[in-house]
Design a protein around this ligand. Structure first.
Ligand code: ARG
Length: 437
């Protein structure tokens, strides 16, 4: 069922038909396609291009199709090239000749550009909601588990931080992710409808009207750009990739923290799986899947950058490839945000193991050096003395704070009993790093 058979003497090969068809994946755009068409016919009638009766009849027909799809009475399948052909052919079958006027002053090129922009906005707003939820959960989990834990650099225990602060690091990353997506939505918010195939139309249409009607701030400035722009897809895929990268880093930490070696957290059974052979195992599959799916979202970004890189203006069929990439990446990110939220909100945070790791990690060695420096010893010398104290403690199997004052004095007589308060972990957090609390 074609919209363009007139100029052809022979029909398309079955293979070509199958190769060309996008209905199996662009059917997801039916709401946007029908909403866009309704705005278009309203404009056609307002501008006197079709009659009011025709307009009412087309709108009724389109609304009927929308309802029937939603109610499951009309299945989107069959021998149609794409969702646009499906809706138009169905409309003509339902209402007859009036339906044939729907496509006046429009092309599938501006139609698909419009549908994709509207869909991209819709899913991006859902993703923002999921980011908001996860941000709240991270904050809440951090506040409920206000424990000290080792902070790491080079994967080596470095200085003391709180679990709260660690969770809030991801909160900050997600806040930037949200801003980026909001910004991309703002950038894409111009309507391509009315650009037609590439050069506008000789009809006296009103692009301002359709832009307003469909929630865009204005029509695009340039027709060629309007039908060929897929920047917003690339921009959103970049934003989704960065967000996935953040989720993947958090996943990596959750995986490490749930090992017996770290034992900082325990994943809830709801978000873990077992081994079919090793009965003792509880695997962090959810976190591993998020880490793995990050590669898949990056793949979509690289695919789109590559697809677009040599396309001459205006529309080229290559652009049909944007759909599966974008739909898959958006679905993946949304699902990963929800799973991450479930994992974080249900996991148990283990105060004792974190505290022990802090104690065994000489995480107050920097503070010993600071203590000496504050008493007038140049920091480089103080650093050396503190390093020697760490060797001594390692050899004698004790923490720095467990040393007697006499032991301290062997390294430097300047040490007094106020050293104990100075290197107490809670004091360190209170004193120096107020924002860690
Ligand atoms: N299925 C096409 C796409 O996704 C719709 C636009 C078709 N335009 C055309 N000139 N063949 O890009």
């Amino acid at each position: 069922m074609k919209l363009w058979g007139g100029r052809f003497r022979e029909s398309e090969s079955k293979l070509m038909e199958e190769f060309n068809a996008s209905l199996s994946f662009d059917k997801i755009l039916y709401v946007e396609d029908i909403t866009g068409s309704i705005a278009h016919v309203k404009m056609l009638s307002k501008c006197g291009i079709i009659s009011e009766e025709e307009c009412i009849c087309i709108i009724k027909g389109l609304e009927g199709i929308l309802d029937d799809i939603k109610l499951g009475k009309l299945e989107i399948s069959g021998d149609y090239e794409d969702i646009h052909s499906f809706v138009e052919t169905n409309l003509i079958n339902r209402i007859g000749d009036a339906g044939k006027k729907l496509h006046t002053a429009r092309s599938r090129n501006d139609q698909v550009a419009l549908d994709m922009k509207m869909y991209a906005k819709k899913v991006s707003m859902n993703i923002i909601k999921c980011i908001d939820t996860l941000m709240d959960t991270l904050k809440k989990k951090g506040e409920e588990n206000h424990y000290i834990m080792p902070g790491y650099t080079h994967m080596q225990r470095a200085q003391v931080v709180t679990f709260t602060h660690h969770m809030l690091a991801y909160y900050s990353m997600l806040k930037r992710d949200k801003n980026r997506i909001e910004n991309a939505i703002e950038n894409l918010n111009e309507s391509p409808l009315g650009c037609c195939a590439l050069a506008g139309t000789t009809y006296n249409t009103d692009r301002e009207f359709t832009a307003k009607e469909l929630g865009f701030c204005k029509p695009v400035d340039n027709f060629l750009d309007g039908v060929s722009d897929r920047d917003y897809i690339i921009e959103l895929l970049s934003d989704f990739s960065i967000c996935m990268m953040h989720l993947s880093r958090l996943s990596e930490e959750l995986i490490m923290w749930s090992t017996k070696e770290f034992s900082f957290i325990e994943m809830h059974d709801k978000f873990s799986t077992g081994s079919s052979i090793m009965p003792q195992k509880k695997n962090p599959d959810a976190a591993e899947l998020i880490r793995g799916k990050t590669g898949r979202v990056y793949g979509s970004l690289v695919a789109m950058l590559t697809i677009m890189k040599a396309l001459p203006l205006a529309y080229d069929k290559d652009m049909q490839e944007d759909k599966e990439q974008f739909f898959d990446a958006a679905d993946t990110l949304e699902m990963c945000l929800m799973v991450m939220d479930g994992m974080i909100s249900t996991m148990k945070v283990k105060e004792k193991s974190m505290k022990e790791a802090v104690k065994g990690g000489f995480l107050n060695a920097t503070d010993v050096a600071d203590y000496l420096a504050k008493k007038g010893i140049p920091f480089r010398d103080a650093h050396k003395i503190s390093g020697e104290i760490v060797i001594y403690c390692e050899e004698n199997k004790k923490c720095i704070e467990e040393m007697a004052i006499e032991e301290f004095k062997q390294f430097n007589p300047i040490f007094e009993t106020d050293i104990y308060d100075f290197i107490d972990y809670n004091e360190i957090l209170k004193k120096g790093n107020k924002s860690l609390m």
